[in-house]
Design a protein around this ligand. Structure first.
Ligand SMILES: Cc1ncc(COP(=O)(O)O)c(C=O)c1O
Length: 454
């Protein structure tokens, strides 16, 4: 018996025949709570059985405490609502504290993650005629930051196990117009930055890290967002540090960070000179207040998400039906904005993902797919290719090649197979909560022969 957590006798009395066979064959070495045989608890809830979890209440998200409420009240009363009213207001103070937390020299608040990325594209002088290589498996904010400067977002396909940009695909798509790579640390876990940075160095490209989901993740001893030239964060409500809508940029290059300030301040520098092209993307003092007030507990919540994620992954080890997101060597911690797995229907009696999710949800554990379509399949592609500026700046041959190389079959596969657990609430739960998640998965697995009939 390979399983160390259970004696064979206890194991056989608590695990259904299907799972037992799989475990004995080495397919599932460890479990959390186990479903029982042939009673109402073992019967799928969707077929009238008793759910594994009744009325599960996860820790609420966004995180709220009295300190945050008081901070908003203080800002309201102060009349300092805009960052340029005071050099010691909540936004400048948040910038100092965020830089400290991230271990960078500088941080800059913006109104959203999209604005942070856009600011960096503009500050690096990337515009019409230039190309930026990025992932199709991301939020539209990533692409938007490139097309608002009228540059060409070039999609590179994914590593289907990590759901991250495949560095080989990135290198394949470099042209003489490529100016930057925008790796997206999807789900908050690190890309293969060692390879991406090596490619950038070899081809003299800038790297803007889309760290919008990846607050506090660490790769090879470096905090995500500090590996490339600039790192961009989102503080939108769902993110692991949040203020409704907000964003930030971190970096160590003073001149470049000053440029970022100027760009997001409608082109006006800290010295008050109107110098360049720039929208108004400033973070406001209410956003600064709520962010500052929650920074204190951010590291503890981050550690808890990592602990619970590691526990779930240990329980799913060698279970072929759900395979957690692959983490690259050098990953010391992830943000775990989402906890994601690929669903392998061949181990669930070929039941489609939706049937698995429906059965799981009836057991009281809600999971879902994530991005339905890679962004290479969305209408913005046709839109920009029909714009005069793109037709003027990129040759017909380049635009033809662009369309021909747009296919990202690995990304399509990831979109179809992905199963995600919303992490900010559930991963802030207890170990018993994690056991409930595993029990529900295993109960559905035990009953996989019934999935196609639901
Ligand atoms: C990977 C990624 N990039 C960019 C963004 C854009 O950030 P925001 O919504 O704050 O503009 C998001 C937000 O969801 C994101 O997840």
């Amino acid at each position: 018996m390979k399983n160390k957590d259970f004696t064979r006798r206890r194991f056989i009395t608590t695990v259904s025949v299907g799972s037992a066979a799989a475990v004995v064959s080495g397919a599932i070495p460890t479990f959390g709570k186990i479903t029982t045989l042939n009673n109402e608890t073992g019967k799928l809830a969707i077929l009238g059985g008793i759910p594994v979890v009744k009325e599960k209440v996860w820790p609420a998200w966004p995180y709220v405490d009295e300190k945050m409420v008081e901070a908003i009240a203080r800002t309201t009363r102060s009349g300092i609502w805009c960052r340029i009213q005071s050099s010691t207001g909540t936004v400048p103070t948040f910038e100092l504290e965020y830089a400290k937390l991230m271990g960078t020299k500088f941080a800059l608040g913006t109104g959203s993650g999209t604005q942070a990325l856009s600011t960096c594209v503009e500050a690096l002088g990337i515009g019409p005629g230039d190309e930026v290589i990025t992932s199709p498996y991301t939020d539209m904010g990533t692409i938007s930051s490139i097309i608002t400067s009228r540059a060409l977002p070039v999609m590179a396909d994914l590593d289907p196990e990590s759901f991250q940009l495949d560095p080989r695909e990135v290198e394949r798509r470099i042209t003489e117009n490529t100016k930057a790579i925008m790796p997206v640390h999807i789900m908050g876990q690190p890309c293969n930055m060692e390879r991406i940075m090596a490619i950038a160095k070899k081809h003299n490209l800038k790297v803007i890290e889309d760290t919008c989901q990846a607050h506090l993740g660490v790769y090879q001893g470096k905090v995500l967002g500090t590996i490339g030239d600039l790192g961009c964060f989102s503080f939108q409500t769902s993110k692991t540090i949040s203020c409704g809508e907000g964003g930030g940029i971190i970096g160590n290059n003073e001149e470049l960070m000053d440029k970022c300030y100027t760009v997001q301040n409608h082109g006006t520098s800290r010295k008050g000179r109107s110098e360049t092209i720039g929208p108004k993307y400033r973070m406001n003092e209410f956003e600064g207040a709520i962010l500052l007030a929650q920074l204190g507990g951010a590291k503890d919540r981050f550690a808890l998400r990592n602990k619970n994620a590691a526990y779930l992954t240990s329980k799913l080890k060698n279970f072929p039906g759900l395979v957690p997101q692959k983490l690259y060597e050098g990953t010391e911690s992830g943000s775990f904005y989402l906890y994601t797995m690929s669903y392998h229907k061949e181990h669930f009696n070929n039941a489609p993902r939706d049937k698995f999710l429906k059965a799981l949800s009836a057991e009281g554990i809600v999971m879902s797919g994530y991005i339905a379509n890679g962004l290479h399949k969305e209408p913005w592609v046709d839109h920009i290719l029909n714009l005069k500026v793109y037709q003027k700046m990129y040759s017909p041959a380049r635009l033809k090649q662009y369309l021909e190389e747009l296919a990202c079959p690995k990304c399509d596969q990831v979109c179809a197979d992905m199963v995600m657990l919303w992490a900010s609430g559930p991963l802030l739960g207890t170990q018993a909560d994690m056991d409930d998640i595993i029990s529900a998965i295993m109960k559905v697995y035990d009953n996989r022969d019934k999935l196609n009939s639901i």
